[in-house]
Design a protein. Structure first.
Lengths: 455, 177
């Protein structure tokens, strides 16, 4: 869990050169490169409603303007509206003295207590509501604009096609002028015969596009009424900016004009590596499921470096800092740490770091061992106590020496972590074969915080 | 408890709550454990059917800077709900109001009826809230609802009371008055 707290202290470099915390990175098992959210392809799997979890194809969602037809948001605060039932006495048509209770439904916001009754929307006899939408006052104009632009698009497409053809013909006519062998004219004739139906068709496309009425320029405004200066303003009756802009087609000014808003759909997406086009993350299709078919987050493949304790740092003095490295894979991992000296990209580091020279072996992740006190594997490692601070399951704490070189600001160090990685992705294809072992290099950037304040 | 506390028949006041000063509690009002009702400056009258939840503080105290008692009477009407951890200094509270969890109502505020002070909202102005005012959100946005919030229905209240009584019998420490 600590991985998600103070995520920006330890960063890894992504294949695209950005520094990101390990929990926001992916590892492409085919390119064996780190990828981040900015350098992968985001693909839309399916739009779905976050409230009723109904999913629909993208085309249908587009038709519904990416909103759910059944779920609503509160126009006052944006919270999801819930349906409430009340009993409502309806007089019996046969016996006017008797009244039968009838269930009626309205919608209410659980957060700000806004209800559809507040704005005078009548209760509905059905729970699903069939809440009717307001008519868009600009519907006609939008439709005419859409139609015109569709025509223009069609015309442009036709022109593009004709241009291709015209160029070819012009070449032929040029060649016909130079005709020495009487062959080109034959070819031109044949070509002309073939092309004639299409040229006939292109004439029809020349139909004049009905021009849209240009929108009117607003030049004058009605002067403000005098009452505005004398009457007290009731802010509680006026809609706020966000409330006004939530429905852009109506933009209600007063609280009484608010109308429930259809809930926006969310998107279930998958991520794809841009280089090898393999999936890095693919959720299950059903929006109810939170599982993934493919999930190659770096956290479950790459050893994670963390700062163990907040270190005491003094200027120009070698200070011992404990870092931990955690192995998330099911294989023992060897880790070599080297400095990034001579790396021109490294403008991050501002202090000297002395790293352990030996290879650190981090034991594999074993969920059962977490509950097993005194695992045998731990004793199997013979560690140099000046390098290794402690071992615990799949985690190792080790000492590094940091010599701060700046007097102010945070002490930042960087190093290269080389580790072996058992690539199970390729081993799966050929059975009974040991997973391929590769060495991966990760550049790690650690922010150790400010110097110890002098008293 | 001091003898100046008057609790009407049918009210349920838990033993663990703190009542200080001259307090009158009406019928069918429930005061949960760990609620504090402090009548420092003057008497507090609480009407019927109110629910005062845990850690609620209803305080009738001097405004800062005044040392002598002004004998200001604090009157709370009927059917009000004070949710967990709310803090009330207002001296005039009408009926059917709701003060949500951790909300704060200042001394100069007058709640008329059907007002809702949302969770964590703090009102400390000098004003009389119009009926059915709803204050909610981190910016204390205001709105006037058309209807007052639905009241605690009697059957809900009864089952609630029975539940509390059962608890009292179970833990065997409270007095039902």
């Amino acid at each position: 869990m600590a991985t998600f707290i103070d995520v920006n202290l330890v960063k890894y470099i992504c294949g695209c050169g950005k520094k990101k915390p390990v929990c926001k990175l992916y590892l492409c098992r085919h390119c064996l490169k780190i990828r981040c959210g900015d350098c992968v392809l985001h693909e839309v799997d399916t739009p779905y409603c976050p409230n009723c979890l109904e999913n629909m194809p993208a085309a249908e969602a587009k038709l519904k303007r990416n909103r759910c037809s059944n779920c609503f948001d509160c126009p006052n605060c944006g919270h999801t509206l819930t349906t409430r039932a009340t009993s409502h006495a309806v007089s019996n048509p046969e016996d006017p003295n008797k009244s039968t209770p009838k269930k009626m439904f309205y919608m209410a916001c659980g957060f700000c207590r806004w209800t559809t009754r507040d704005v005078g929307i009548a209760d509905k006899p059905a729970a699903s509501g069939n809440w009717e939408d307001k008519d868009n006052p600009h519907q006609k104009r939008i439709l005419s604009l859409l139609e015109t632009y569709q025509q223009i698009a069609q015309k442009e497409k036709a022109e593009k096609e004709r241009k291709k053809y015209v160029r070819r013909r012009s070449y032929l006519t040029y060649a016909a002028g130079m005709d020495k062998y009487g062959m080109v004219s034959v070819a031109a004739k044949r070509k002309g015969l073939l092309a004639s139906p299409s040229t006939g068709g292109s004439k029809d496309e020349d139909t004049v596009i009905s021009p849209v009425e240009p929108s009117d320029t607003v030049t004058t405004f009605e002067p403000l009424q005098d009452e505005i200066f004398t009457q007290e303003l009731h802010l509680e009756n006026m809609a706020g900016m966000s409330q006004r802009h939530a429905p852009p087609e109506f933009q209600p000014c007063e609280m009484t004009d608010l109308h429930p808003l259809h809930k926006h759909l969310l998107i279930r997406r998958s991520l794809r590596c841009k280089q090898c086009e393999h999936n890095l993350s693919k959720p299950e299709f059903n929006p109810i499921s939170i599982k993934f078919k493919i999930q190659l987050i770096a956290m479950s493949h790459i050893p994670e470096i963390r700062i163990f304790t907040s270190p005491e740092l003094n200027f120009d003095k070698e200070c011992k800092v404990i870092l931990t490295v955690c192995n998330p894979t099911s294989y023992n991992t060897n880790i070599n740490l080297t400095t990034l000296e001579g790396d021109t990209q490294d403008d991050f580091s501002n202090s000297k770091i002395t790293l352990p020279k030996d290879t650190i072996v981090v034991s594999r992740r074993d969920d059962a061992a977490l509950y097993d006190v005194g695992s045998q594997e731990q004793e199997a490692q013979k560690d140099d106590p000046s390098v290794i601070a402690f071992r615990k399951a799949n985690k190792v704490g080790f000492y590094v020496k940091v010599k701060p070189q700046v007097k102010e600001g945070d002490i930042q160090v960087s190093f290269m972590m080389k580790h072996d990685y058992h690539n199970t992705a390729i081993a799966l294809t050929s059975e009974n074969q040991e997973p391929q072992v590769v060495w991966l290099e990760q550049k790690v950037f650690v922010n150790l915080g400010p110097l110890k304040t002098q008293k | 408890m001091k003898p100046s506390v008057k609790i009407a028949a049918g009210a349920l006041v838990c033993d663990e709550c703190e009542l200080v000063g001259d307090i009158t509690i009406g019928a069918r009002t429930v005061v949960h454990p760990k609620a504090r009702i402090i009548a420092e400056d003057g008497p507090i009258y609480i009407g019927e059917n109110n629910i005062i939840e845990e850690l609620v503080q209803i305080v009738n105290k001097n405004p800062e800077g005044k040392s002598s008692s002004t004998q200001n009477v604090m009157i709370i009407g009927n059917n009000n709900v004070f949710e967990v951890g709310s803090y009330i200094e207002a001296t005039k509270i009408g009926d059917h109001n709701m003060v949500e969890a951790k909300a704060k109502v200042g001394r100069q505020v007058e709640l008329t009826s059907g007002c809702i002070i949302g969770g964590m909202c703090s009102v400390s102005s000098t004003e009389t809230m119009p009926e059915n005012t709803v204050i909610c959100g981190s910016n204390c946005d205001r709105r006037v609802a058309r209807e007052r919030p639905p009241t605690q229905r009697l059957d809900v209240w009864c089952s609630y009371n029975i539940y509390l009584l059962k608890c009292n019998i179970l833990f065997n420490g409270d007095k039902e008055l």
